[in-house]
Design a protein around this ligand. Structure first.
Ligand SMILES: NC(=O)c1ccc[n+]([C@@H]2O[C@H](COP(=O)([O-])OP(=O)(O)OC[C@H]3O[C@@H](n4cnc5c(N)ncnc54)[C@H](O)[C@@H]3O)[C@@H](O)[C@H]2O)c1
Length: 272
């Protein structure tokens, strides 16, 4: 049966922006963009489950959120590449928060290795986390949203690397993010009759714990090209994690009910 998305055109702005009474899962939310996203969703009133490979940091992030906003926030161990692990964390969200209305597929890895030096395992790992991880999370989210007959929103964190080539060394990453953009379209088609919207958000380069550590550990082979990608911004500064989180909040809220299947470029004009 097809579920029509509600027409909220007459609703006041504060109501459209509010996520009070909704439950959100953010994968890879212990730090970086995911933590910033979880903070804004919580500020809008959503209860939050942060699923992360690093369970201790997930719990610390959840504790921080619960200290700042009057919502429930939980941390859980989750490996998005492992469907059983995703299933268990989703079940915790349903059991402890009461359901899943918003699922943000944010967890991702970005090893920088030139194609000629890339071992098979590195390529497999990038696709396991960045692409299969999005599939695993979306499938699990949609199962719960459908089972509870409540619809919902799934948001995939893509990248400008889902639209264009980027700094040398990121072929597996670019491939994985183009695939996520494709899945965003296809799942939107398949889930629309279930009342579930699927959107992508494609950030430009934003300094985070993860990419700063990666750059320090493995300086890019072509640092000039990498720097050109990083500093390519029309807004006169680099983006911040919160710049991206506010776009995700728009997607998660009823402000964006007309949208599904598209990927929003949050790119400081990088790709025009
Ligand atoms: N920061 C950027 O410049 C940028 C730009 C475009 C897109 N992105 C995308 O945004 C997302 C977050 O990037 P970030 O810069 O915040 O990264 P980050 O490394 O700072 O944080 C990523 C988090 O994901 C977790 N994680 C890694 N593998 C996981 C797995 N298998 N299962 C669950 N959790 C896992 C890590 O423990 C970490 O907490 C990624 O998908 C990345 O591709 C980032």
């Amino acid at each position: 049966m097809t579920t029509a998305f509600a027409d909220v055109s007459a609703a006041p702005l504060a109501e459209l922006l509010s996520l009070v009474g909704r439950q959100a899962v953010v994968t890879g939310g212990a730090q970086g963009l995911g933590k910033a996203i979880a903070l804004r969703l919580a500020e809008a009133g959503a209860n939050i489950l942060i699923g992360d490979l690093n369970a201790d940091r997930a719990q610390a992030a959840a504790d921080d959120i619960a200290a700042r906003f009057p919502v429930r926030a939980l941390g859980a161990a989750m490996d998005v590449a492992d469907s059983e692990s995703v299933r268990a964390a989703a079940a915790s969200a349903v059991e402890e928060l009461g359901g899943i209305d918003i699922w943000v597929n944010n967890a991702g890895i970005f090893p920088s290795v030139p194609v000629l030096e890339t071992p098979d395992g590195t390529w497999e790992q990038v696709f396991a986390v960045n692409t299969r991880g999005v599939f695993n999370g979306s499938r699990e989210a949609a199962r719960h949203m459908t089972g509870a007959d409540r619809g919902g929103v799934i948001i995939n964190i893509v990248s400008t690397a889902g639209f264009t080539g980027t700094a040398p060394g990121l072929s597996a990453y670019v491939g994985s993010k183009h695939a996520v953009r494709g899945m965003t379209k296809q799942m939107a088609l398949e889930f629309a009759p279930l009342g579930i919207r699927v959107l992508g958000v494609a950030p430009t380069f934003v300094p985070t714990e993860g990419n700063m550590a990666a750059a320090a550990a493995h300086p890019p082979s072509d640092s000039g090209a990498a720097m050109a990608v990083m500093t390519n911004s029309l807004i006169g500064r680099m983006g911040t994690p919160d710049d991206i989180a506010r776009v995700v909040l728009f997607c998660a809220s009823d402000l964006s009910t007309i949208m599904t299947g598209s990927t929003l470029l949050a790119d400081a004009g990088q790709t025009i």
